[in-house]
Design a protein. Structure first.
Lengths: 299, 416
């Protein structure tokens, strides 16, 4: 045990910058958000004035939001919509990403390097540009409508960009699918080959081996990949703004964006931020628990 | 993966956890104090009084002793960079270049999306020289000490603008502002998508609620402008109302609007309508004029239509240019304001951005006869008498603005 002590100090020293980083750029900003949510409003410019002392916090803005997120509240449809859109887009992402990642990790052989480069390629183009490209394709005289018209044979004029939930969901899936493929690939690539071979040796066929060995082993990876895409999707407002801009498809990110710059309402934006945070921290804890348990099992 | 410290890990962690919790508990108040020290003094914004200017209650601002206009006859700053804070696509690059060439300086333009965002940034102590303001912000800008008063001797071109703007109700004696653009807010439509003559309807605003145009409509993404349109549709001309009943009605009407036509909420009608995404929308007159240059090749400008009440009883507005106290080039800033009021420059700027300047030399007839504006968009030309008859969006007091915004946020959430 004694020989491990210096090691512990070394690791603590190495971890210190990361912990410092977290304190500086996560906990401190979080406290700032709290100070704004429960803070006051500048009487002249109506900008948010943070109140640092928790004893002087005013819950008015927070209660305003909280009292309107229930089933009869005005914000409930947007919250429900967000959950629905994010769930649908995540399932779609997983359906697309898993086979791709599986193929690249397990079956691509010599083409692996090229395929990984192709998987990383979307990151070279900004998210905004990729969404603007869709605006071009989906606008009324865009390629999609022209294709549906079959060169003038039919008269199809679909208004894709004016409040269509399906377009927002597809946009989210398109935007975030690369974020799911990479972690899935990383997990599938280091899947224990001896375990898979053992399952086949013990008589499992391909499907059974996949369902009873590969999938359970991949569970933490899938969870991590889904979380990695879900979390930014929950705060996304840009996709909806560009591909719809209609209140009918507003998500919680849009509520935050709408109130954050509105004089006197930054506190409400902060309250929504806190709600998203709570909603995302809970599955994160679950993920950490599952991962730790997975490690223990493997040990 | 091996577990690094075996059975002792839990014990050690619990102890460490307690130690760290104690440290955190001790540090938490310090964090508050640290952040308090970093922030600006709260006394800075304590209890100001806000004078709200209205057409029937004009305001002449008091110029404080520590913020006097610059002296006469100063030489323009040499080799300087003049910083302008403006909406995107709201200033002609050619007009800017002309100024740069004339005074041997560089002009740097930063952009904002709306006035609220702009004010937040201006408060942070940036050193912009010129800001494109709206009169709904003037009392905050002046009372907050963000503006520099003008020295009129540098701006002789003020004589070129409509007389009403040389003594406007929001800034008597034009001590801080010169007019930049004027515009109306009406209804724009594409005649190829909306064959009906919207302007001939008894209440053209109602067309936005017509289910015939579902998924084809849009309203302006500005709480006051959009909600004022709802009030006008319902025959209420107090577009700054503080009546809870009126606001409740507006909320209900907006809910009905989402159900009927599911409008986009945007400020990019000038490009979305030419692209065919929008067939009918609430629109600023400048945007429908600007939309001509966004039409695809082969599509004639005659498809663009605009309605604004012929008697001027609709929303009329103007934007203005102001010089900022924090700017480092006050002389150049004054000269730039004068430059933009030059008739030729103002006209060139009009052709680039679509928003009309209140220049004496530009009349509805001259703009149409010179083919500057096509006949079908004559209704988008702003006339001086509109400023006598039209309704103005005024600065709202804090409580009223909060009530308006709550209705707007509920609408934007899709669940009002």
């Amino acid at each position: 045990m004694r020989s491990r002590e210096p090691n512990a100090r070394l690791w603590a020293t190495l971890a210190a910058p990361g912990i410092g980083w977290l304190l500086l750029f996560f906990l401190a900003p979080l406290y700032v958000v709290l100070a704004i949510v429960f803070g006051r409003v500048d009487p002249l410019f109506r900008t948010a004035v943070p109140v640092w002392n928790p004893l002087e916090w005013n819950p008015e803005q927070f209660s305003y939001v909280l009292s309107r997120i229930g089933p009869d509240g005005i914000y409930f449809p947007a919250l429900l919509r967000t959950v629905g859109y994010v769930a649908a887009a995540s399932i779609l992402c997983l359906a697309i990403a898993f086979p791709v990642a599986y193929y690249v990790a397990r079956l691509a052989g010599r083409r692996k390097g090229v395929l990984i480069a192709l998987l990383i390629a979307p990151f070279w183009i900004s998210y905004m540009m990729r969404m603007l490209a869709w605006v071009n394709l989906l606008q009324n005289d865009g390629l999609v409508n022209r294709l549906l018209n079959f060169g003038g044979v039919f008269d199809v004029q679909v208004d894709w960009l004016t409040g269509q939930p399906v377009v927002v969901i597809l946009g989210l899936a398109y935007g975030y699918v690369p974020y799911m493929i990479l972690p899935l690939y990383a997990g599938l690539d280091r899947l224990s080959q001896p375990m898979l071979e053992a399952s086949r040796d013990l008589g499992a066929n391909r499907v059974s081996s996949f369902l009873r060995v590969t999938l359970p082993l991949c569970r933490p990876t899938i969870l991590a990949a889904v979380l990695l895409t879900c979390l930014p999707m929950l705060g996304d407002y840009f996709t909806n703004d560009l591909l719809s801009a209609s209140p009918k498809t507003a998500m919680v990110g849009n509520l935050i964006n709408d109130s954050v710059q509105a004089p006197g309402q930054t506190g409400q934006a902060g309250a929504f931020v806190m709600l998203v945070l709570v909603a995302t921290v809970l599955p994160m804890f679950y993920y950490v628990r599952v991962t730790l348990r997975g490690d223990e099992v493997r040990t | 993966m091996p577990v690094p410290y075996g059975p002792e890990r839990g014990v050690s962690n619990r102890r460490q956890f307690l130690q760290r919790a104690a440290i955190l508990a001790a540090a938490a108040p310090t964090l508050g104090a640290f952040l308090a020290a970093c922030s600006k003094s709260s006394t800075q914004s304590a209890a100001p009084t806000l004078t709200i200017a209205k057409p029937d209650s004009p305001v002449k601002w008091t110029i404080p002793d520590d913020n006097k206009p610059i002296a006469d006859g100063l030489v323009p700053e040499k080799g300087a960079t003049l910083k302008i804070y403006n909406y995107a696509d709201y200033l002609s690059p050619q007009a800017v270049k002309g100024f740069e060439d004339q005074f041997g300086c560089k002009v740097e333009i930063s952009t904002f999306n709306d006035g609220d965002e702009a004010i937040t940034k201006l408060r942070s102590g940036v050193d912009f020289d010129i800001y494109n303001a709206n009169y709904t912000e003037i009392s905050r800008l002046v009372t907050g000490g963000l503006l520099r008063p003008l020295n009129h001797s540098y701006i002789p071109n003020i004589s070129n603008v409509w007389p009403t703007f040389t003594n406007p109700w929001y800034d008597q004696g034009w001590q801080f502002t010169v007019p930049y653009t004027i515009y109306t807010t009406g209804i724009g439509w594409r005649s190829d998508q909306v064959p009906a003559d919207i302007g001939a309807l008894s209440n053209p605003y109602e067309s936005l609620w017509d289910t015939k145009y579902k998924d084809k409509t849009a309203i302006i993404d500005d709480f006051h402008t959009a909600m004022a349109m709802v009030l006008l549709k319902q025959g209420i001309t107090d577009v700054n109302t503080s009546s809870a009943d009126d606001l409740k009605m507006v909320g209900e009407q907006l809910t009905a609007l989402v159900k009927a036509t599911s409008p986009k909420v945007t400020i990019t009608m000038y490009s979305d309508m030419p692209a065919g995404q929008i067939g009918l929308c609430q629109m600023w007159s400048g945007d429908v004029i600007n939309a001509q240059s966004y039409l695809p090749e082969g599509v004639g400008t005659d498809i663009l239509q605009y309605w604004f009440p012929a008697d001027g009883k609709g929303l009329v507005d103007n934007d203005m240019l102001v010089t900022l106290k924090g700017g480092k080039n006050p002389v150049l800033a004054h000269l730039f304001l004068n430059h933009m009021l030059d008739p030729a420059v103002a006209k060139e700027n009009f052709s680039a951005i679509g928003y009309q300047p209140p220049q004496n030399s530009l009349t509805a007839d001259s703009l149409v006869s010179e083919e500057f504006i096509p006949e079908n968009l004559r209704s988008a030309i702003v006339k001086p008498e509109y400023f006598d008859n039209g309704y103005r969006l005024l600065e709202l007091d804090a409580a009223n603005e909060g009530a308006w915004r709550n209705v707007w946020n509920a609408f934007n959430a899709g669940g009002s």
